[in-house]
Ligand binder design. Structure first.
Ligand code: FE
Length: 131
């Protein structure tokens, strides 16, 4: 039986429209607020329809010297054109973008996870130094 972590896809991240892209500084000062933006479909748009869409993004931080990881954000995107008139006839479509403001005291790795309702789990990671 595969562990859940083995189900996350990340291959071909440069051209893959599912992988969550992390926009964050490579280095920050201790305790100084900075922004982490995570989005899917920056270069190649992912479909956003009632039948096929990105449903959620989660963001985590794992300090280099810590055994545990910490959740920074969890965002659900819940409008994809649903309406009484039918699929894709609704007035609103939410796009998968998350903005988190954070402060760090230790260096580590930012992890971003995303979920496509028909193509499953995706992940990305980016180191961040503090000093
Ligand atoms: Fe998909």
């Amino acid at each position: 039986m595969k562990k859940l972590g083995e189900l996350f896809q990340s291959a071909d991240w440069k051209t893959e429209k599912h992988t969550p892209m992390i926009e964050a500084p490579a280095a920050v000062k201790p305790g100084e607020a900075f922004e982490i933006k995570v989005l899917v479909g920056k270069e190649i748009a992912h479909p956003n329809t009632t039948e096929h869409h990105i449903r959620w993004i989660q963001v985590f931080f794992k300090p280099d010297d810590d055994k545990f990881s910490y959740q920074l954000a969890s965002a659900e995107f819940t409008a994809h054109g649903e309406a009484v008139a039918g699929a894709n006839q609704g007035p609103v479509f939410t796009d998968p973008v998350v903005l988190v403001k954070a402060k760090l005291t230790k260096p580590g790795t930012i992890y971003a996870l995303s979920y496509c309702n028909i193509h499953g789990l995706w992940e990305n990671a980016q180191p961040i130094s503090v000093g």
